[in-house]
Design a protein around this ligand. Sequence first.
Ligand SMILES: Nc1ncnc2c1ncn2[C@@H]1O[C@H](COP(=O)(O)OP(=O)(O)OP(=O)(O)O)[C@@H](O)[C@H]1O
Ligand SMILES: [Mg+2]
Length: 459
Amino acid sequence: MAAMLTDMLGNYMYKQRIGQDRIGLEKWAVQTAPYLYSADSEELFERVKLASNELSGRVLLLDSDGKIQADAYGELEGMRLDLPEIASVLVSGNTASYGVHEMSQHASTILEKSIYKYLPESWVSVSTACLVEAADVIGVIVLISSVNDMMQSLYLLQSNMLMLFVIAALVAMISGTVLSSVITNPLKDLMRGIQRMGKGDFSVRVPEKGSGELFHMAQAFNSMTERIETLDNSRNQFVSDASHELKTPLATMKIMIESLIYQPDMEEELRTEFLSDVNAEIDRLSAIVSDLLTLVHADAHTIKLSRNRMSFASVVKEVAHRLEPLISQREQELELNIQDSCDMYADRSKLEQVVYNLMENAVKYTHTGGKIKVSLYRDGREAKLTVKDDGAGISEENLKHIFERFYRVDRARSRETGGTGLGLSISKQMVTLHSGKIYAESEEGKGSTFTVILPLTTG
Ligand SMILES: Nc1ncnc2c1ncn2[C@@H]1O[C@H](COP(=O)(O)OP(=O)(O)OP(=O)(O)O)[C@@H](O)[C@H]1O
Ligand SMILES: [Mg+2]
């Protein structure tokens, strides 16, 4: 580009220069033509000297044979000058010709050397114009002038531009390399991360560097892997917890059935007791399996709510009725405080599951003779249910986890009471499906309060 630009600029400058020379030279060609053969050499010499002064160069007059008739420097008369611009006019028949020569390199003949001697600059321009008389070419006027200043400034420009372009190219190369590494390094990190993840390593994280999109991409990747890792861990935990839960009743059943097989003369009463225990374990197993299925559906988002117009208050009353035998067995007191029927468009059986679990928990985890208070009221566009007991309560640490699957505060005790620790996590899923909220408050030793808030959707 530098070469092209300087070339273009050089051509332009040269044309400007030639344009000036041409006008002057052609004027002198017309003026001098009549004198070429008629005037004596002295007069011709005076004329070329005048022309030389005016055109600021060395002017020569040549006859049609190419012999020098007059030289403004008075040196070369009678000699022949072998320059392409002269041949162009005298041999090829052009009216004018122009050219630039680097004299120090191309000065081959003595004549050229002598021109060079009188013009001790490196670059000269040679302009020629034909002398015409009666439509015949009778000679040629030659102007040799220095274009050194022009060429020198052109070379300076060329070298400066070349340097500038080299610097620009270097800067572009360096910044290109730096920029590409800034862009490609985070991308490479990300690619490595994805490959490791593809091999099953979900603990992989990429450095969150760079800026703009790349930074956000790294952040998004990390939060994605974090989520996948959590999901993977909880899935593994779920599978191991579930198998553990299923193993215990199976082991109990195996012991009892083996006793029945190997003790054929067992007392009838004991045999019946064993069989009813096995039956209870089977009930427990099928309850766990159905809970697990509910959770699997909830995870896969395949639970469909079958919503109908219903009264939430009637659900609470019904559950209370179902729990009556257990409550009286535990000599507990249940206070129902229902202020509104809380009609809504919801899935009755799913909400029944929620209320049942909360109330059953309150009964199960409250000492005999304890007090349970269930309140339902309407708060604007929401129904608010609270189940309050005066049981042992839940410590702050345990309270954080009770909605997790299989989480039980006192494993040994809840086994006694028959819990698997799935009730609250299922309740939470059901409430969430209804766009509601569920939370627990508790103070150790004083009791717990579970609250469910459901929007009163009208369908
Ligand atoms: N009202 C409560 N008072 C004290 N602890 C409670 C209460 N409700 C729940 N918890 C604790 O939270 C744990 C989780 O309750 P969740 O209902 O999820 O399971 P579960 O009752 O043990 O078993 P499931 O409901 O599946 O039969 C219980 O095991 C119990 O330790
Ligand atoms: Mg429960």
